[in-house]
Design a protein around this ligand. Structure first.
Ligand code: NAD
Ligand code: IPM
Ligand code: MN
Length: 358
């Protein structure tokens, strides 16, 4: 029997609460499938660990994680530890250290999901955002000069390497080709006169190898407007690290909320483990109240199953998420319900087992 070793990094705030439900679902899938199983190893890294140990993760943390088949991460960051330290030394360290340069973030209005847009059909919101995940605006290059002096200057440099830009754009073209969908590049070449002019040029250059793929290019400001006004314009989207971050919170807002948005951080070559996570943060405003929506964390389980090649099981998990929302009697407060986090996880597991609604 195939056994998958999963490193679990629950992290901070609602991270542990929502991951518990994703793990519940993975156990259920393994039980139903019968021919594969999961072994979970939990790492206590996060802000509490930092306050006790002075570090967000162990020095050899990446070596420890490397031997796993995948990483399942909750959320990182909590008041008391500066965000640029907590995120830089854990979440971003894993994404960059493991060259998880593709961030796959579906923005899809599932059956039963709440949507704040008027007169919208489910088919109109169905995209996959491919976010560059290893460099760009997040490269961490810059300087802080004359700190505290009147002549103080800070520099935050975007780093767009040819290798990094080409590989993410090529990944998106391949996805558009294999799915037969249109590909939209979102950039900002009218103002960012080096990085985004380069991005647009690479998008065109790589596109010559994909004459069969229908493409569009939008400026990020106009794209944000169209995400809300005409989301049906977008199918596969490719964009930079920062734009992808912002656009996918906007995407979450139109497709069920932060409690439903998932993401996969993928190292396509498989040299390093890939990492699966809800895209929301630690939500300090609701942490510990047992009301966090676990559906985003559960959707990321579906992405993990796809990644392992169990697409049929991935689809079943998505269908179970849809059923729980359509039934609408076991949802957390962000979706208008009164259920607890664990009750939603229980219901998803029960649906997978074929149990009908009470
Ligand atoms: P957030 O995503 O944590 O919360 C934004 C809003 O969405 C809050 O009102 C929150 O209650 C709500 N929300 C988020 N997830 C929810 C869920 N599953 N169910 C119900 N409601 C949910 O963003 P923030 O408040 O800007 O950030 C809080 C902390 O998390 C910060 O330290 C930030 O840096 C960090 N953060 C981490 C990640 C990550 O680890 N991937 C992502 C984003 C933010
Ligand atoms: C996300 C988060 C992170 C990002 C932060 C916490 C560094 O917002 O995964 O969307 O910007 O990538
Ligand atoms: Mn984000």
């Amino acid at each position: 029997m195939k056994q998958y070793k999963i490193a679990v990094v629950p992290g901070d705030g609602i991270g542990p609460e929502v991951l518990a439900e994703g793990i519940k679902v993975l156990h259920k899938i393994a039980q139903l499938a019968g021919d594969f199983s999961f072994e979970f190893t939990t790492f206590p890294w996060g802000c509490q660990y930092y306050l006790e140990q002075g570090k967000m993760m162990d020095e050899d943390g990446l070596q420890k994680l490397k031997k796993f088949d995948a990483i399942y991460l909750g959320a990182v960051g909590y008041p008391g530890v500066p965000d640029h330290i907590s995120l830089g030394e854990l979440l971003l360290k894993i994404r960059k250290g493991f060259d998880q340069y593709v961030n796959i973030r579906p923005v899809k209005l599932l059956n039963g999901a709440p949507c704040p847009l008027k007169n919208i059909s489910r088919e109109q919101i169905d995209m996959i955002v491919i976010r560059e995940n290893s460099e760009g605006e997040y490269a961490g290059a810059g300087d802080w000069l004359f700190k505290g002096k009147p002549e103080e200057v800070v520099l935050q440099t975007g780093v767009f390497s040819r290798k990094g830009t080409e590989r993410i754009i090529r990944y998106a073209y391949e996805l558009a080709r294999t799915t037969g969908k249109t590909l939209t590049s979102i950039s900002k070449g009218n103002a960012l006169i080096y990085s985004m002019v380069f991005w647009d040029q690479v998008f065109k250059e790589v596109g010559q190898e994909y004459p069969d793929v229908k493409t569009n290019s939008y400026l990020v400001d106009a794209a944000s407007m169209f995400f809300v006004k005409e989301p049906e314009r977008f199918q596969i989207v490719v964009t930079s690290n920062l734009f992808g971050d912002i656009l996918t919170d906007l995407g979450a807002a139109i497709a069920g909320g932060m409690g439903l948005a998932a993401g996969a951080n993928v190292n396509p070559e498989g040299v390093y483990p890939s990492m699966f996570e809800p895209i929301h943060g630690s939500a300090p405003d609701i942490a510990g109240k047992e009301i966090a929506n676990p559906l985003a964390a559960i959707w990321s389980v579906s992405q993990m199953l796809d990644h392992f090649g169990y697409e049929a099981w991935g689809k079943k998990v998505l269908a179970a998420i849809e059923q729980v929302m359509v039934e609408a009697n076991c949802l957390t407060p962000d979706m208008g319900g009164t259920a607890k986090t664990s009750e939603v996880g229980d219901r998803v597991a029960a649906i997978l087992s074929g149990q009908s609604s009470k």
